[in-house]
Ligand binder design. Sequence first.
Ligand code: AKB
Length: 340
Amino acid sequence: MRKEVVLITGANGEMGHGLINHLAQQGRALIVAVDVQPLNDELRPACHRFLQGDILDKMLLGRLVAEYEIRAIYHLASILSTKAEYNPETAHLINVGGTLNLLQLAVEQSQWQGQPVKFMYPSSIATYGIPNLETKYQAGKVHEGQWLSPTTMYGCNKLYCEHLGRYYSTYFRQLAADRSHNLVDFRCIRFPGLISATTIPTGGTSDYASEMVHYAAQGQPYESFVRLDTQLPFMVMPDAVKSLLELENAPRAVLHQLIYNVTSFSVTAQQIQDVVLAEFPGAHITVQPHQARQSIVDSWPMDVDDSAARQDWGWQPSYDFEQAFKDYLIPSIRQHYAAQ
Ligand code: AKB
């Protein structure tokens, strides 16, 4: 008999770490993890199986379909916003082509299982594109239907993949007579900038927030690539993982949309710098805005309206700005580097 599993792509990334630890602690499902990079040693015991490989490799995905009963897919693998700008076509191939492959895998699995397969898709505030700073501050909290003109390849990819999820969950094979149930139960969260105590993000544009804290904790100087008045919504990793798990567990009937904003706090780079300097008085932070990266964050909303998530599935972050730093980031980061 095929083993029932949860599949996680991009397992070795920032969110993969948090999610795998959490799912393993809950012990609710066997985890099959996929990543192009080798899996971090500490995550291995938490996974039933790890496959090092590419989500564009159809043979690898075919093996998974043949060997497992996949009940849920967390498709975390993606090339983030800054990195994607250096090679947009490759980013498109991985972000869109990879997602399409995983959606097709979900379709195949659900046809075989006779029930929908849950497809958890982390999208991003990069799907929004606001034309200028004045409009950004006038717009304030942006809801899911507003300002959907992304300015980055990553943002375009995320927005298009949201549409692919909508297509596969709602319309795919509508004309075929043999379809008795929805094949893919697509559930998507648009995340704000994420900050983790244990991993430093690579290739994103909201990375300055994480980098400021991690560099200070290691006693290294940091040059911020954005102006200090730059404001974005943020969330710490435990809240991001919590939101994904809560959305996965929500009964389908309470979900009135496929795509939800979530957020915890909206702060400027200056506010982050102030907390970092208060906690690490020796920290040396300078500012040298990078024009292209600055224009990306300037096009993202200063805050998002997550009232739909709060109403439909009871979303509530555990950490506000103060708690995020005092209760989670600072103590965990100190411990993390002390242990190294
Ligand atoms: C990035 O900066 O690319 C990501 C994101 C906001 O999705 N952190």
